[in-house]
Design a protein around this ligand. Sequence first.
Ligand SMILES: N[C@@H](CCC(=O)N[C@@H](CS)C(=O)NCC(=O)O)C(=O)O
Length: 258
Amino acid sequence: MASIEPIVFYDVPRVPREGADPNNKAFSSNTWKTRYVLNMKGIPYKTRWIEYPDIADEMKRIGGEPGAVYGGIPFYTVPTIYDPNTKTVVTNSDKIAAYLDKQYPQAPVLFPPHTRALQAAVTKRFDTILQPMLPMFLQELYDIMTDYSKPYIRATREQFLGCKIEEAAPTGERKEQMIQAIEGLLTEMYDAIKESGEDAMLLGGDIPIYADVLVAAVLAPTEENFGKDNEVTRIIYAANNGFWPKYLRYFDKYKAVH
Ligand SMILES: N[C@@H](CCC(=O)N[C@@H](CS)C(=O)NCC(=O)O)C(=O)O
């Protein structure tokens, strides 16, 4: 491969966990999708940490577009990449994965021919189930944010949720429904994986596809962000006869933060 200049990868930091590598500030499932893709394909990159209140100005400066709409409000978001080799800015984890797969077609090919539509269906399914669950995780996510980002997170999230962060978490029946929805989603994915055979460990069968990156990026940060004793961490570990920790082990080798 001709020598390529490192991609600039914008990610948002958490306060590093006590005892953890202080350089490991990654916590976001959205940005983990991009980091996994870069690491899996061995594409050189450099993480540029950017705090929440600074994202919009920087994205406007480099020519990025808003990457998400929350509560009807468009937000400039990370992950965003700048590829100096093609002078291209790409925002949104799914679009970034598609761009990288096309521009850097080395293995693993994350969108093999004829899988785009089916993989989009998996992505959509995840978004539909998980997006409404943000309030369930908000307090714990807020707790690991930097003091610099906290006021911004509080103001924006309380605006679109219409309540205090401290009151956002669902309780009672609503919480129970969300827990069941998580278990249901895991089982759907487990059953889908096993369609390729009892020994299959990935949605891609024996090689990962983008839908696997998505699943890993959603599940892997849960324990690191919320701890072993967190209710959702425990569900992920117990579901489908303990399949998911084995699934995540596959992705451990792609966790470097460059
Ligand atoms: N659908 C987008 C969502 C990205 C997203 O929501 N990113 C968050 C960080 S995890 C963000 O940048 N938020 C900006 C803000 O809250 O101002 C993607 O997959 O890239």
